[in-house]
Unconditional design. Structure first.
Length: 296
């Protein structure tokens, strides 16, 4: 299948590589010429604009940083995707953005005869490279059926969440909870340490008791508890605090629009904001625990 792939960063490039490996012909576009050259060597075709990439494609996929980039790439009247796409071409945005933008851009696509869905992912850059991502898909039933076989070449878990926008809703609600639970585990571990219990004993109790959660039993923020967690390698190479801050911003903004309280989410957002201000936004988000510890 000829697929337009636009946005070839930390996530998009390995996803595109997996599609090339699976035998698809890719029309590539990104502002970064270096990554375009790398993917061209693997057989991808470099396009001059999102419009050109979409014009000759049977499917369009985008993986961009944030809502403003998604609007620009799709809606620009001169060289946006919707300026060149043929009616009937299935289209999917995999960026993590707010549900309203996903719906707005999809509506603009529908006006051109294009069925467009949203499918934010989880699994990080490791999952993108290994082809084991989870896709949370907001799309019509027909579009989901068309997309599923292609998404299975980049991911392991392809979930139909409902109509367009629901993929983003699933993603931001999950990450809202994750951001909060990591802070909860950090508080409990740091309090236990300050009061004098061995942190490994404490983690063992929590992980077999009612406080157990992923932030505790798989990704514990206290160094030395889980060998494979970023906490045990200086908070490097995981899910950056800056990305968590972005997702909490999306959740709190969506909550504001829905007149829905997210009290703990707002506090969590402020804690990650303070971490970012201290210049620590590049660390894994579990380094939030450092705010509860005396410096060694
Ligand atoms: P990134 O910044 O590494 O890559 C984004 C790419 O988009 C860059 O190559 C950039 O040049 C390109 N781009 C920006 N504006 C463009 C434009 N107008 N036209 C064409 N290309 C443009 O970001 P990423 O880490 O790949 O993340 C992409 C999305 O996936 C984000 O929404 C992020 O929140 C989400 N996400 C990231 C991770 C992760 O671990 N990195 C995990 C899950 C979800």
């Amino acid at each position: 299948m000829r697929i337009a792939f636009i946005g070839l960063g930390n996530m998009g490039a390995p996803m595109a590589r997996n599609l090339i490996k699976a035998g698809h012909q890719l029309n590539l576009f990104d502002l970064n010429k270096t990554v375009l050259a790398e993917l061209a060597e693997l057989g991808g075709q470099v396009s001059a604009s999102p419009r050109d990439a979409a014009a000759s494609s049977e499917l369009v996929i985008t993986m961009l940083p944030a809502a403003a980039h998604v609007r620009a790439v799709y809606l620009n009247e001169d060289d946006g995707v919707l300026a060149g796409i043929r009616p009937g071409t299935p289209t999917l945005d995999c960026s993590t953005i707010d549900p309203q933008t996903a719906r707005d851009v999809s509506k603009a696509a529908a006006a051109k005869g294009v069925d467009m869905g949203d499918a934010p992912v989880s699994g990080g850059t490791g999952g993108a490279a290994a082809g084991t991502l989870t896709f949370m898909v907001g799309a019509s039933t027909e579009l989901f059926a068309t997309l599923k076989p292609v998404l299975e070449q980049m991911g392991r878990n392809i979930v139909h969440c409902g109509e367009v926008g629901t993929g983003q809703i699933a993603k931001i609600c999950n990450n809202l909870l994750l951001g909060i639970s990591m802070i909860g585990v950090s508080e409990a571990m740091a309090l236990g340490n300050a009061l004098g219990i061995d942190t490994k004993v404490l983690a063992g109790i929590i992980n077999s008791s009612t406080g157990r959660c992923w932030s505790s039993d798989t990704y514990n923020p206290w160094p030395g508890i889980i060998e494979t967690a970023p906490a045990s390698r200086g908070y490097t190479g995981g899910f950056g605090a800056e990305l968590m801050l972005k997702d909490l911003g999306l959740a709190t903004e969506a909550a504001r629009q829905a007149h829905q309280p997210v009290i703990l989410g707002a506090v969590a957002q402020q804690l990650y904001q303070a971490m970012s201000l201290r210049g620590e936004g590049g660390k894994d988000f579990s380094a939030i625990v450092e705010g509860y510890r005396k410096k060694d």
